[in-house]
Design a binder for this molecule. Structure first.
Ligand code: PLP
Length: 363
């Protein structure tokens, strides 16, 4: 492949579009005639300001966000948002509902408990996180401040496509691993947050989207950097943002836009998932998917082989054949194929060919 690149199935940081890498590379030493690299420029310069505004514009355009949404670029990863959202929106004496569907939801719950009451509206431990809840299984609290959900469970391999009905209570969603992978109606979401390093670009920048009515309820009596109002009022420029990360994210967004937007990317993601899960279903004695069929993630496909020895061999031979990142998360084992937006259908066709040969030689 071009530049001797391999097939990259890393879970995060993960593959980015080659077009974005090339666009950044082209201006690497001298950004648009400025005589310096972008990362050498002030975050108060007019060049950087144009990038900042363009990146916000593309997010709003691609996701169909109205003027009632604030778009922020923060640091500290999605992991800091677990605490920050509860500091800002929960508060002692109040309750928030959390739908626990995996490792990341569990971490979000742990942080929120420091700032108020947490009602676990669904405890996925009871189903080993191998399926998502149905609406009638959710024990929602009347008057909850928000309902927290993890849209794609990166480690367990489940994904929501239909979001819970919350009777007007704002959904707060960790979309770190599937943001912009399929179209959504933003309206029920009071807050969306995502570390960029899975679907939006490099690590070190966290996208936070806040709906104005929820934002207005944020606690104003917090330390400066941890209250949303600081970042809303200063347009994410209170202190130095991750200028390079935001620029790179903008290039990834431009790539999505050039593909035809999120709906076009969704079509490819669906084709990838159909191909890989279809192959697994035809060969389920060898490639067993542990996740319930109606809860399967398009982003992170988990599977088990007949033995751990075969799984280790699969990962090793895969690496030799040019497939990187096939090992499952250390907490669950097995095989995981992470295939975010930037991973093309050709990569899935190639890995399925490899799986056929591996099964023939070891089945
Ligand atoms: C990767 C991931 C995180 C952690 O993100 P950081 O940016 O490393 O803090 C949180 N939630 C989900 C769903 C993830 O996939």
């Amino acid at each position: 492949m071009k530049y001797d690149r391999i097939y990259n199935f890393n879970a995060g940081p993960a593959a980015v579009p080659l077009e974005a890498l090339e666009a950044v590379h082209e201006k690497w030493f001298n950004f648009e005639g400025a005589g310096m690299a972008l990362m050498e420029m002030s975050h108060r310069s007019k060049e950087y300001d144009a990038i900042h505004e363009e990146t916000i514009r593309l997010i709003k355009k691609l996701m169909g966000l109205g003027d009632n949404y604030h778009v922020l670029f923060l640091q500290g990863g999605a992991s800091l948002q677990f605490a920050m959202l509860a500091m800002n929106f929960l508060g002692q004496g109040n309750t928030a509902d959390y739908i626990n569907t995996g490792t990341w939801s569990t971490k979000a719950i742990k942080e929120a408990k420091l700032f108020g009451n947490v009602n676990v509206a669904f405890d996925g431990n009871e189903v080993e996180f191998m399926r998502l809840p149905k609406q009638n299984e959710l024990k929602l609290t009347a008057g909850a401040k928000y309902v927290h959900i993890t849209s794609n469970n990166t480690i367990k391999g489940t994904q929501f496509f239909d979001f819970p009905e919350t009777n007007g209570i704002p959904l707060v969603c960790d979309m770190s691993s599937d943001i912009m992978s399929h179209t959504i109606d933003p309206e029920p979401f009071g807050m969306i947050y995502a570390g960029a390093q899975k679907n939006l670009g490099p690590s070190g920048v966290t996208l936070v989207i806040l709906r104005d009515d929820l934002y207005k309820t944020a606690n104003p009596d917090l330390t400066t950097m941890l209250k949303y109002s600081t970042h809303v009022e200063k347009n994410s420029l209170y202190n130095t943002p991750n200028t390079f990360g935001i620029y790179f994210m903008g290039q990834v967004l431009k790539w999505i836009d050039d593909q035809g937007g999120i709906a076009a990317v969704e079509k490819v993601n669906k084709a990838k998932a159909d191909l890989l899960y279809g192959f697994m279903d035809e060969n389920k004695d060898f490639y067993r998917g542990p996740v319930a069929a109606d809860s399967r993630s398009w982003m992170n496909v988990c599977m088990r082989l007949p033995s751990e020895e075969l799984e280790a061999k699969f990962v090793k031979e895969g690496r030799e054949a040019g497939f990187n990142g096939l090992k499952g998360h250390r907490s669950v084992g097995g095989i995981r194929v992470s295939m975010y937006n930037a991973t093309g259908l050709n990569a899935i066709e190639a890995v399925v060919e490899f799986m056929k040969v591996f099964m023939k030689n070891n089945g």
